[in-house]
Design a protein around this ligand. Sequence first.
Ligand SMILES: Cc1ncc(COP(=O)(O)O)c(C=O)c1O
Length: 410
Amino acid sequence: MNSIPSPPIPAPKPSSFSPICQPRLATQAIHCGEARPEALHSMTTPLVLSSTFTFENTQALIDFMEHRVERTEEYGRYGNPTQRSTERKLAGLEGTETALLFSSGMAAVTTTLLALLQQGDHAVFTNDCYRKTRQFASTVLAKMGVAFTMAAPALDAIEAAIQPNTRLVFSESPTNPFMNVLDLQGLGAMGRRHHVCTIIDSTFATPCNQRPAEFGIDLIIHSATKYLGGHNDMLAGAVLGPAELIQAVKDYQGMLGCIPDPHSCYLLQRGIKTLPLRVRQINQSGLQLARYLEGHPRVRRVWYPGLPSHPNYALAHRQMSGFGGVVSFEIEGTLKDGGRLIDAMRIPQIAPSLGGTESLIEQPALISYYHAAPEERRKVGISDQLIRLSVGLEDPEDLIADFEQAFRSL
Ligand SMILES: Cc1ncc(COP(=O)(O)O)c(C=O)c1O
């Protein structure tokens, strides 16, 4: 794989929108990227279940190979019309030149890193990235001979970690579970100063709450399994950015085969149509639940960037238009008390993931960090008392009433 040269990092280009895109997000989410008229005058983008695509004759095949015709479909591992239409919609919302969908968020993360890094390179990751992203760096990238530094999620720490062979900086914003927010404008400028590619996993924000490309970030990643799909019924991932960089990632996807199933693309596209509406409600409910929890005598601390008590409150207000539905909090008590509280709740379900219609609740010490050494848990601040709530689309008053009865039962 190392024989494939890493692509040059192009200068940021202005966003390109389909001519039918409207400036406001809710309209874009519904109409952007769709062909009008669709095949057979279907209102919705058809779900195309085909593993391969035919050519009328040999000349048509040669014209395709010579890029003389505007046609993207060849073989299912290189793309599918339902996938392409969903990608156009997502790029329109995120304000990037193009988008590429994957079978999962982790497929988007790992394929992007494999495409951009080669032996001898160095990469900077922020130390509170999703655990599997950090694991990929410490296992696969290390095996490939790529050096990396885990830096605190702050500009000065990231800049201090940059070396002459640093090729990229990868961070989430907001991060999980403490909702740290990174200065995206500062990060974009730093990337250009040092000629390194900047990548933001924007899963927790969605394009409704923040658009990293507007701050000069080169590539944006999403676990589309979360808010974008929004219904806890499919897995997908996405990387978005300038066409040249995305093409390099697509070349790797063609080899690795981590493509999204057309069914998932259809569900994702359907989910995205209601994204602005859902996120608006989730922002409101998230803030309401965060305020309620912060005021509860059994709660020791709450992390939510919409609360003045969050260390990144001011920055979050500058670069985000809402703060989503993830609320992390520590209770007074023990790991077992946390379990009792959760078990007494009737609405949120115990499960990993976030961003769907159903509220989910979990103790990070018992899910993502169950098998982690106590030392690692301590390093990232995962205490026994920590609980993470992903607020869904239920009525927030019902969720608060549910917490009330659960706290009373302790
Ligand atoms: C911020 C973030 N990025 C990436 C992923 C991976 O996404 P997926 O589960 O779709 O592979 C997750 C999963 O929880 C996540 O929280």
